[in-house]
Ligand binder design. Sequence first.
Ligand code: HPA
Ligand code: MG
Length: 219
Amino acid sequence: MVDAVQIVISISDEEQGYDLDLFCIPKHYAADLEKVYIPHGLILDRTERLAREIMKEMGGHHIVALCVLKGGYKFFADLLDYIKALNRNSDRSIPMTVDFIRLKSYCNDQSTGEIKVIGGDDLSTLTGKVSMEKRDIIDTGKTMKTLLQLLKQYNPKMVKVASLLVKRTPRSVGYRPDFVGFEVPDKFVVGYALDYNEYFRDLNHICVISETGKEKYKA
Ligand code: HPA
Ligand code: MG
């Protein structure tokens, strides 16, 4: 069977973004950002549509919505709000339970692909259920691939992954989530819960960090 072409908003490598002055930015980050890349309103509008796509595909199943913290918390909360609105207002609805996990790479090195899952209920609650992972960003895809392998051991009936962002990078292992908000160039982005050394999670828009910002919050 030929895979259906995935509909996604692709942000081009030439995209300049928007001047910070056009939007509301916390004062403490004024010098630390270059541009607004994806305004908060656009993130929400796209997330609303993803909720509809998810409902179309998953309606009727009971799902375990699994949030990958910390970066995924905003996308998770907003996506679930939209799914809940659809549940209240349409003929079909998705019964949902939620869970939250954090991923730590073993050697403090994402590229090893070895991860440790922290928190969350006993993952055996996934056995026989439909699981729906919510991520902030797929970069190389290594971590996600490893997580999916791990979840497989618990025999879920089905696992689907929604990621707000997917990076276009030559380092990609070729992994593609089932639902994607935006495809972005190979640049480091922050905001909407995505961090740079734990900073910028308290920023509504997805932005590109400035050299000043990189230096100021360097580990
Ligand atoms: N921003 C924040 N966290 C990340 C990114 C990024 O661009 N890529 C991988 N983790
Ligand atoms: Mg991070």
